[in-house]
Ligand binder design. Structure first.
Ligand code: MN3
Length: 246
């Protein structure tokens, strides 16, 4: 009987997943020269089924997010000093950047930051029968600042549905642990205001149109079923420790 080393086993597992098309194909973006790379989706394209379909996840991650990364890298090609900044620094200092760079950093840098956050908080099972939800200090903060999980979700969905055209809806978190709900147009992000994002949902049509067409409120309601609250709880702790970046 053959004994596989751990490394070989990991490669074999990755290979078999890739063969089934369940893993992200980000080889193209990784081959793009530039400071930023498309982060691999941390789960299969079908991990959020039936709430978010695999085809939407594939197009959204491998094409839309990849394009933001490629556009950002192309724009930064001759701006080495800016290119060396972490994306969150670039966004908060956007007013200090060369004027010609600002729109591309705002749109594509914002897009890269928003989507990099977005993938990591999905792939979960949402809260079922009060289990797998916000825990500890985060649960207390949601009650204190947003009236509880149910009220928070309702207000978040309303803000997302009310965002005219493309944009995002966020819960932001301060260093003091305070939470707030807000929406932003296009790829604007609270990072530009020096705030930190606890969670955000993408309300661009590309995030939901294949399955939900014009029914954005249905998408917003269903999205909670794929939130991975263990990741959100960890983001809250990181934010309070000053360690949360994107
Ligand atoms: Mn998007």
């Amino acid at each position: 009987m053959t004994t596989l080393t751990r490394r070989t086993a990991l490669f074999a597992a990755a290979g078999s997943l890739a063969a089934f098309g369940l893993r992200s194909r980000n080889a193209l973006a990784q081959a793009t020269p530039g400071p930023f790379t498309l982060p691999p989706l941390p789960y299969g394209f079908d991990a959020n089924e039936p709430h978010i379909d695999a085809q939407t996840m594939m197009i959204h991650h491998d094409r839309h997010h990849a394009a933001y990364v490629a556009n950002l890298n192309a724009a930064l090609k001759d701006h080495g000093q800016v290119a060396a900044m972490p994306i969150e620094t670039m966004l908060v200092k956007i007013g200090e950047l060369p004027e010609a760079l600002r729109p591309v950093v705002r749109n594509n840098g914002g897009g890269h930051a928003n989507h990099s956050m977005f993938w990591t908080i999905m792939g979960g099972k949402g809260t079922v029968d009060g289990k797998n939800g916000p825990a500890g200090d985060l649960a207390a903060a949601i009650t204190r600042d947003l009236g509880g999980q149910e009220q928070m979700q309702t207000a978040f969905n309303r803000a997302g549905a009310g965002q005219f055209g493309s944009g995002w809806v966020f819960v932001t978190v301060g260093r003091d642990g305070r939470l707030a709900i807000l929406s932003k147009p296009n790829q604007d992000t609270p990072l530009m205001d020096g705030a930190r994002v606890l969670i955000g949902n993408d309300v661009w049509e590309h995030a939901y149109y294949l399955k939900y067409q014009n029914r954005r409120p249905d998408y917003l309601a269903a999205w909670w079923n794929v939130v991975d609250w263990s990741k959100v709880n960890a983001r809250y702790e990181a934010a309070k420790a000053g360690m949360l970046t994107l």
